[in-house]
Design a protein around this ligand. Sequence first.
Ligand code: SAM
Length: 335
Amino acid sequence: MAHSRLAAALSAGLSLPSGPVLVLRPPATADLSSLDPERLRIHHTSRPDHDAWALQGLIVEERPGPAEAALVFLPRAKALARGLVAQAAALAPLVLVDGARTDGIDSLWRDIRARRPEAQDVTLSHGRLIWFAGGPGFEDWQLPGPQRRADGLWSQPGVFSADGPDPGSALLAGALPPRLPARMADLGAGIGVLSLAVLSRDGVQSLDVIESERLALDCARLNIADPRARFCWADAVAAPLGPYDGVVMNPPFHASRTADPALGRGFVAAAARALGPRGTLWMVANRHLPYEAALRDGFRHWEEIGGNGAFKLLEAREPRHAETAARPGRRLRAR
Ligand SMILES: C[S@@+](CC[C@H](N)C(=O)[O-])C[C@H]1O[C@@H](n2cnc3c(N)ncnc32)[C@H](O)[C@@H]1O
């Protein structure tokens, strides 16, 4: 765990300079208690994590600035991890990187040692904390920002299906009816694959493109040039949403490396709350994921409308909680 690795590093001789400590991408569950909260400057592009730190009263910065030290929490995507290290090295004279073996900290350690032979580390709890001097030498790791993938859509490391189209999303995009209701939302919109499909159908007057990862939402903004779209950097499960007439989604089902169907069930419940009384949900899910009970709890009617061996396409109508969801004044603001 980050705290014990950090505590071990501090007792092994790591000394943090006084002044601000930038913390890049700490998961909401990270233990930062061995650091002075007054000095922390948190930066996270995932809205639930960003909000969790803000709720604790810590300073959360949307644009990270220079600091005396920068602590990176290693994400799974290698290019994003390197980009964060480059960002940390450019902003602080001391860089710390904390990560799990399963997220690639050992190969990053080798790569960092090739550039900073004096780098030090502690290993603990199936992970490693590395520290070394910031400054020049990591410019080639900097993230270039969104790039076009082979299919022409803008994407970047750290977003869902970064390198190419997801077969489940493609299946749902092709199966949506030719005419859709007026007020639509795409929950967990990623780079906007389903949103583009929605906007290609007749009848749509507005579309809320709701995504918690700003790296993905930035790409969606580039992919969707349509005045009917509104881009919302939001936690679809926690934010007040709606009312909508239709929702599409390919919900997330991974917390870190572990499949967690509770995430998708939260999305089903959020869609039910956000839809008006006659609203419809269209979703795609990996065939093995158990969403049927959540659909039954949230909607009066649901059915499987297609799919294949890997994915199921589900349609649900008439949410049970429509009365509450249809209350006025619950609109989400675009960000
Ligand atoms: C399986 S991907 C689908 C992306 C996109 N709809 C597509 O079909 O390509 C799920 C998306 O949900 C986003 N996500 C995860 N948790 C979220 C949350 N609490 N609120 C909003 N979006 C979330 C992820 O960042 C990811 O982009």
